[in-house]
Design a protein. Structure first.
Length: 554
């Protein structure tokens, strides 16, 4: 290595004999202690299915680092299983874990003066948390997504986690037998790995690639394919080259490359959670990314990808079609292709040989599924600071909808009302006090949306919330309503029977109340007592910003 390394500060010279002794106690040789020391950051654990295979993948990364003349040192961070934490109190912990992941990586890498990072990321919050850490630390870094399972097979059709969560409601409504649900549960997830659709982990993996911090094609290789093991070795070799060339995270992830990621997100029709995460990542890089940017691009970028849960194909089909390079090739005229990537080449150079070989999966730019994006930002009297909607997952009948509010202050109350038949066609289910502060933790509302779908109301009932949604959510669901109820947003004033207006083409979410009436109701409104009064969530609720700013810690 021709230039000075950070690790030399703790490994070279007479004064550092104690530090070298501690590394030698791990079995490292003198030669290994003179090479670049690369952090292999892993979200492996035995609880989270998306992360369960990452121990094996880390060994392949380390092999690649050794081949290229580096010394890999692995450590783990946390990775909550959102699917296991879903529809109960545990979901409060999910979004806040993103900040813990970023902080834990900063603590380990800075304490030990490591030279560069490979970040093995899978699951909903490890990927954005690791991306936040890369921008914060600004070292040579590559993200390696963990990959997805393939869809299961049931009665001759593809199935996934979405079918399971909607099946629960179908059983409660008498539309499916318990025996059928049990048989579905046995086959829906054939292997470990992330969910097979464009859920949050797959969305964020694809956006990592779009912003250039992950190697081309690494986002969509299924978890247990040998191709992913080979990719892991290539990542290990490539991180040493990035270090030699002194290419750091903020050289790659710039305002232009973040704009590219948003454009790819819009074309994919990705998870609404991506809006929160991209704003948080941008903040770590010192970039000012606002909801208005998402709104502006959503009007210009066409929706191209027919991927579950919005479409009929799956992540493995996206990979077969050419992966994210093929999507970027279709969007090339609309991208900033001079952006540098971790290949050490620009996007334009990377896309030279990219091809879309399954146009039924990735529609050509000349023949999009929709001329505007799959994700849209709404504003209006109910959401003055904005709300987020996954238009691509909605029945077209619901693009414009007006209906009476049925108001709930907890997710569980809404699920109970839906499954017990208290919600009727035309209603708008309003769920509040589930935002970052009010939750606290901004729980995902997959339970209510799946209950709506399971009850056969997906083309007639909307869900509006200051909470957020799973990437697996389908139907007319509008989240991230800001300001949230706990901060005195207008959603706190809505009462049963108030008429909620949803107009997706016009990007409007409003309630049929005058400004004076909303003000009058807010004057008499008092925030409810906090739900959590101790521990991490109590601290989180005091420090967290609005969802319109990415729900970051101030």
């Amino acid at each position: 290595m021709s230039r000075r390394l950070r690790s030399w500060e703790i490994l070279r010279g007479v004064d550092r004999a104690p530090e070298r002794a501690y590394f030698k106690a791990l079995g490292l040789t003198d030669r290994e202690l003179t090479q670049p020391v690369i952090a292999v950051v892993n979200s492996w654990n035995e609880i989270s299915t998306p992360n369960a295979h990452l121990r094996q993948l880390a060994e392949a990364v380390k092999t690649g680092i050794w081949i290229a003349g580096g010394t890999p040192l692995e450590f783990d961070t946390i990775g909550i299983s959102d699917a296991v934490a879903m529809v109960h109190e545990g979901m409060r912990m999910s979004l806040p874990s993103r900040e813990v992941i970023a902080d834990s990586i900063e603590l380990m890498v800075e304490a030990h003066h490591l030279d560069a990072m490979v970040l093995l990321a899978a699951g909903d919050k490890p990927i954005p948390g690791m991306l936040m850490a890369t921008l914060r630390l600004n070292l040579p870094s590559i993200v390696l997504p963990g990959g997805q399972t393939i869809p299961g097979k049931y009665a001759g059709r593809n199935v996934s986690y979405t079918d399971l969560i909607e099946g629960v409601s179908a059983v409660k409504m008498g539309r499916m037998s318990e025996d059928e649900l049990r048989r579905l549960e046995d086959v829906a997830l054939p292997t470990a790995g992330g969910g097979p659709g464009l859920y949050t982990p797959t969305t964020m993996a694809c956006l990592s690639e779009a912003m250039g911090i992950a190697l081309p094609l690494s986002a969509t290789i299924p978890a247990f394919f040998a191709e992913r093991t080979r990719m892991a070795k290539l990542v290990g070799m490539q991180i040493v080259k990035l270090l030699e060339d002194d290419i750091k995270a903020r050289d790659v992830v710039t305002e232009k490359s973040l704009s590219n990621a948003i454009k790819i997100d819009m074309a994919l029709g990705g998870s609404t959670n991506s809006v929160l995460h991209l704003m948080a990542i941008a903040k770590e890089g010192g970039y000012d990314l606002r909801l208005d940017t998402f709104d502006e691009l959503s009007r210009k970028i066409p929706y191209l990808c027919d991927i579950h849960p919005s479409g009929k194909y799956y992540a493995n089909d996206l990979h077969e079609a050419g992966g994210i390079p093929a999507v970027m090739k279709e969007l090339e005229p609309l991208l900033d292709t001079d952006c540098l990537t971790v290949t050490t080449k620009t996007i334009k150079e990377n896309l030279k040989d990219a091809r879309n070989i399954r146009p039924e999966v990735i529609h050509p730019l000349s023949s999009p599924i929709s001329p505007d994006s799959g994700l849209v930002i709404l504003k209006g009297s109910l959401a003055p600071l904005g709300a987020v909607c996954k238009k691509s997952a909605m029945d077209r009948k619901m693009l414009k909808h007006s209906g009476p509010a049925k108001v709930f202050d907890r997710m569980e109350e809404a699920v109970s009302a839906i499954t017990s038949g208290k919600i009727r066609a035309g209603d708008v289910v309003v769920i509040r006090y589930e935002g970052p502060k009010g939750g606290p933790g901004m729980r995902e509302m997959l339970g209510p949306t799946s209950a709506v779908m399971g009850a056969g109301l997906g083309s007639s009932v909307a869900v509006v919330t200051d909470g957020r949604f799973s990437g697996a959510s389908r139907g007319p669901c509008i989240g991230h309503v800001c300001p949230e109820a706990a901060e005195g947003g207008p959603i706190a004033t809505v009462r049963n029977g108030d008429i909620v207006q949803i107009d997706i083409p016009s990007r409007v979410l409003s309630v049929d109340l005058s400004e004076e009436e909303i003000t009058r109701r807010l004057d008499s409104w008092r925030p409810p007592p906090p739900k959590i009064t101790k521990g991490y969530l109590q601290r989180y609720s005091r420090l967290v910003s609005s969802a319109s700013e990415g729900a970051i810690l101030r």
